[in-house]
Design a protein around this ligand. Structure first.
Ligand SMILES: NC(=O)C1=CN([C@@H]2O[C@H](COP(=O)(O)OP(=O)(O)OC[C@H]3O[C@@H](n4cnc5c(N)ncnc54)[C@H](OP(=O)(O)O)[C@@H]3O)[C@@H](O)[C@H]2O)C=CC1
Ligand SMILES: O=CC(=O)O
Length: 324
């Protein structure tokens, strides 16, 4: 008997055809909206495998799926997985690193450029008929090239950002991690600095760590107060790595120059969120990896991980904390 699998968001025909060779699949069919946790719990029933697209993998969900043996995330981040509950049930968990790195790095550079050159604010100005003759000082922004970039979380994606910044924009790149990476320092010509030095010396600060107990609210009032008044803060990691109330106050009072955000404490972001009212913020709806090709590559990798797990082979990308 082929294992039953539930796919929680629509995947390409190619990915579906691959899964159909090995599994009996059911797939969420509504492209208009994501499946809710309650709907997933109702659908997952006797599935042995789950392809998960950002769904919370909680104790409650797992108890609704007593036959579940493997959860394959279409994402590199897995902070939405209750790893203890998965471990307790012996569930194999996988994720999709590497295939999305370049796409997420591109988006990070887009946020840096947009925040520094006020792209969305000035786009809105032109659309609103507010462009007077000439370009006066009130439309000036800040340079990206030759500026100092500090990356907090120099991992797979951080390195791709550093490469673009260093070789594409002649930026001086520093980073902070818990452990130094001498190979990366040599290969990319980047400098290691303690966290406070990164905060105090950088013109652009990019946060690129996973969300963990240690990184939750790792950037708050104290850290914003260390930044230069001209600093630009970019968050493409997870919303909860930042104290959003402190970020709002920092931007409102122009304590820093601007921010570029792809992630928020609560997603989708509420229309009432004050961040949406501020001119010095560029906001995107968590689209770091969202190109057709990259999302297809991630889904195919997730499918391969799942089939390997269900057929007793070691999947390529088991979540590190769940490895034996
Ligand atoms: N917005 C979006 O669409 C996307 C967001 N992401 C997010 O980006 C995250 C990073 O992805 P990726 O680069 O592949 O991950 P990696 O694991 O390759 O890199 C993460 C880096 O963060 C560092 N780090 C971890 N904990 C801390 C800490 N407490 N303090 C300082 N540094 C820390 C690690 O170094 P060390 O262990 O030495 O500290 C590591 O270098 C994902 O987990 C995900 O949440 C990813 C893709 C798309
Ligand atoms: O946020 C996206 C991911 O892959 O993690």
């Amino acid at each position: 008997m082929r294992p039953k699998v539930y796919i929680s968001s629509k995947v390409s025909d190619e990915v579906k055809a691959y899964l159909d060779q090995y599994c009996e699949c059911e797939m969420w069919q509504n492209p208009e909206r994501a499946i809710t946790g309650q709907e997933l719990a109702e659908q997952i029933g006797d599935a042995e495998g789950l392809i998960a697209a950002g769904n919370a993998i909680s104790e409650r969900l797992l108890s609704a799926a007593p036959k579940l043996r493997a959860v394959s995330n279409i994402s590199v981040g897995y902070n939405h997985n209750d790893l203890d509950a998965m471990k307790k049930r012996g569930i194999i968990g996988t994720h999709t690193p590497y295939v999305l790195d370049d796409t997420v790095a591109d988006l990070t550079l887009a946020l840096m450029l947009a925040a520094a050159r006020r792209v969305t604010e000035l786009h809105n100005l032109v659309r609103g008929g507010g462009w007077q003759r000439g370009v006066g000082e009130q439309l000036f922004g800040l340079d990206v090239h030759h500026a100092k970039l500090g990356i907090i979380g120099m991992g797979r994606i951080g390195e791709k950002i550093a490469k673009r910044a260093k070789f594409g924009f002649d930026m001086e790149v520093s980073y902070y991690n818990r452990s130094r990476k001498p190979d990366t320092e040599e290969r990319l010509g980047v400098n290691y600095l303690p966290l406070n030095d990164v905060l105090e010396q950088s013109d652009f600060i990019v946060l690129m760590t996973p969300l963990t107990a240690e990184t939750k609210h790792m950037i708050g009032e104290e850290q914003f107060n260390r930044m230069k008044r001209s600093a630009i803060f970019i968050n493409v990691s997870r919303g909860e790595t930042v104290d959003e109330a402190a970020l709002i106050e920092t931007l409102r009072s122009k304590r820093i120059y601007a921010a570029g955000l792809d992630v928020y404490e609560k997603e989708p972001v509420s229309p009432d969120n004050p961040l949406l009212q501020l001119d010095n913020v560029v906001t995107l709806p968590h689209i770091g990896s969202a190109t057709k090709k990259t999302r297809d590559d991630m889904a195919m990798l997730a499918a391969r991980n799942l089939v390997d797990a269900l057929y007793g082979r070691e999947p390529q990308y088991v979540i590190p904390e769940l490895k034996n």
